[in-house]
Write a protein that binds this ligand. Structure first.
Ligand SMILES: *[C@@H]1O[C@H](CO)[C@@H](O)[C@H](O)[C@H]1NC(C)=O
Ligand SMILES: *[C@@H]1O[C@H](CO)[C@@H](O)[C@H](O)[C@H]1NC(C)=O
Ligand SMILES: *[C@@H]1O[C@H](CO)[C@@H](O)[C@H](O)[C@H]1NC(C)=O
Length: 299
């Protein structure tokens, strides 16, 4: 029984492997046109010289021999749009369309072969609006293949600053602001301890805002409070800015000196007096409390 079962399993497995191999063979060699690599840079800096998006493919031997009559067409699509942004038929001039109109170097040759010469896109001075998914399709009369890859055109900030402002008598607002980034940025604030540890600040409020002018990206501001009890030692505050999906990040730090809060109040004039009077009241109240407690205890 046992051996019979094993025999059946083995036989079934054998049949399966043969079928799998046959299927693979079918796709590999009978299928014809096949994209072997889609080379799209994951990230590009806004306004850099150029970005090359290449689509490598192989054809059936008979298609390769008769490229001009095989119906070979290479198309590129953007963000799954219905109309191509680029099209090339071997033997004809490449065409830039829609979003990519006026954005390409049409002289760029990816290869010297007739069947592959203008398959690639060379985007000149890419801008953030060209961030998205690029799909390359290669088709002949018999077959079609496609592949999709994402590219982010990112823009570093135009300005980054860390500021402090006295919020109340016993707290200071720390804020970090960056402008003109793409895609939507992320920001966090840390306190660096004496032991060089980075501790995320509590209660950080980060807000992003898209700029009104098209293509000008995002602004971001992160704000947190430093409270009285933290204000008695020198503190290093670090602001970390990053663009998700890109290798870009930047940090800026600021040293907070204790007593600065009071120094600002000083320059504020009236505020300084109020601070001193508040302090005086606190002391008087405390002394009063002690005397009353003592009297009560002794009675
Ligand atoms: C401090 O931050 C709070 C919100 O966290 C805000 O309401 C307040 O206006 C800020 N104060 C100053 C002086 O910036
Ligand atoms: C991207 O570059 C273009 C052209 O150089 C520029 O006009 C635009 O402001 C830049 N965008 C951002 C978000 O920096
Ligand atoms: C600062 O204040 C904290 C909390 O009140 C206290 O634990 C710490 O010892 C103080 N540090 C200094 C240098 O006075």
């Amino acid at each position: 029984m046992w051996t019979l079962d094993l025999g059946c399993t083995l036989a079934a497995n054998l049949v399966l492997s043969v079928l799998t191999a046959l299927t693979a063979l079918h796709f590999c060699c009978v299928g014809g046109v096949q994209i072997t690599a889609l080379k799209v840079p994951e990230t590009v800096v806004n306004g850099s010289e150029a970005a090359i998006l290449d689509c490598e493919y192989t054809l059936k031997p008979e298609e390769s021999k008769a490229v001009l009559t095989s119906g070979l067409v290479i198309k590129w699509f953007f963000n799954n749009g219905p109309a191509p942004v680029y099209q090339w038929i071997p033997g004809q001039k490449p065409q830039e369309l829609g979003l990519l109109k006026g954005r390409l170097d049409l002289q760029h040759k990816a290869s010297s072969q007739v069947a592959a010469m203008y398959r690639a896109l060379r985007i000149v001075r890419p801008t953030t609006d060209l961030s998205g998914e690029y799909k390359c399709t290669v088709s002949t009369f018999d077959n079609e293949d496609f592949m999709i890859k994402k590219m982010i055109v990112y823009a570093p900030e135009k300005r980054l600053e860390v500021m402090q402002a006295q919020a109340e008598q016993d707290a200071v607002n720390i804020s970090c602001r960056a402008q003109g980034l793409f895609p939507e940025p992320k920001m966090s604030l840390y306190k660096i301890t004496d032991a060089d540890q980075r501790i995320p600040m509590e209660g950080v409020n980060a807000e992003t805002r898209r700029r009104e002018e098209a293509g000008e990206g995002w602004d971001i501001t992160a704000t947190a409070r430093l409270h009285d009890e933290e204000l008695n030692t020198t503190a290093v505050i670090e602001c970390l800015l990053s663009l998700p999906g890109t290798p870009y990040s930047r940090k800026k730090s600021m040293v907070y000196y204790p007593g600065r809060a009071l120094a600002w109040t000083d320059s504020g004039g009236v505020g300084a007096w109020r601070a001193e009077i508040n302090r005086l009241y606190t002391i008087i109240y405390f002394v009063h409390y002690c005397i009353v407690s003592l009297l009560l205890a002794s009675s």
